[in-house]
Design a protein around this ligand. Structure first.
Ligand SMILES: CC(C)(COP(=O)(O)OP(=O)(O)OC[C@H]1O[C@@H](n2cnc3c(N)ncnc32)[C@H](O)[C@@H]1OP(=O)(O)O)[C@@H](O)C(=O)NCCC(=O)NCCS
Length: 228
């Protein structure tokens, strides 16, 4: 792929391109969670795509259509989960199925990073972590995530975020991994801190989610942080 424009056209993640079925909305804002963007690659970047990653309690893997039921029941239909996100809760499992049907073909592109979190103990799909924005010139990714309420408070998302960051630095070869949260959603900030990201600053009125316009708190880890 030669340009970001071309990548955006392929994935619908451009400002003007077709939205991803309008469910995990995509577009201009840097919103905290959009379900995946695509990376066109470049020097020193390995377009390894969404490969399986195993942690103590989780398997991070590609979505399958069969995940629709778990995804809908466990997190995508829950307004408490989507409160600080940019997309509305799914109204039916068909909405979730359509979204997965849109996402799954994107795995053919090695610049697409979008994992379902499978809880090893039960084999259930419990959440999602993905690169929501990628910058090929700076070799940087912004990450978004969300998870079933039943699993909150066990350190599972920090576990997933650490594993995804390791993958993006060590396998893909990125130089920067960042994430943001609504200033009123500090528990997401805790995930970033626990995963070793540093807080960089607050962009006032820079984001928009289901609660309206919000101040965004940005955290990041850069490659040189990891040597310390
Ligand atoms: C944010 C989220 C991913 C946290 O994941 P997690 O695996 O529960 O993270 P942790 O277990 O490390 O908990 C992080 C913080 O959440 C808070 N928390 C923990 N359990 C909680 C619960 N049952 N209810 C509410 N908040 C809780 C605590 O403040 C905790 O920080 P602490 O460990 O210093 O006490 C999860 O709450 C979620 O999916 N929220 C909805 C989607 C969302 O907001 N995504 C981020 C958008 S930027």
């Amino acid at each position: 792929m030669e340009s970001k424009e071309k990548a955006d056209q392929m994935t619908g993640f451009s400002d003007t391109g077709p939205a991803a079925v309008g469910l995990y909305p995509v577009g201009k804002d840097r919103g905290c969670y959009k379900g995946g963007s695509v990376f066109a690659g470049g020097d020193n970047v390995n377009k390894a795509g969404t490969q399986k990653i195993e942690t103590d309690r989780l398997i991070l893997r590609r979505f399958r259509l069969e995940d629709a039921k778990d995804m809908y029941e466990n997190w995508a239909s829950d307004p408490e989960v989507t409160r600080f996100l940019t997309w509305p809760p799914h109204a039916s499992v068909d909405v979730t199925k359509n979204l997965l049907a849109d996402w799954i073909p994107r795995y053919e592109d090695g610049g697409y990073f979008n994992w379902v979190m499978e809880y090893k103990e039960t084999g259930k799909a419990i959440g999602n972590i993905s690169a929501v924005k990628l910058n090929e010139s700076t070799h940087a990714a912004d990450i978004g995530y969300c998870m079933s309420r039943a699993y909150w408070g066990q350190g599972l998302m920090p576990e997933a975020l650490i594993a995804v960051m390791d993958y993006l630095f060590d396998v893909v070869g990125l130089n920067r991994v960042a994430a943001c949260h609504d200033v009123n959603n500090p528990k997401s900030g805790r995930v970033m801190e626990k995963a070793g990201m540093k807080q960089e600053g607050i962009l006032r009125a820079a984001g928009k989610n289901n609660l309206g316009i919000c101040d965004e708190v940005w955290h990041a880890m850069i490659r040189s942080d990891r040597k310390k």
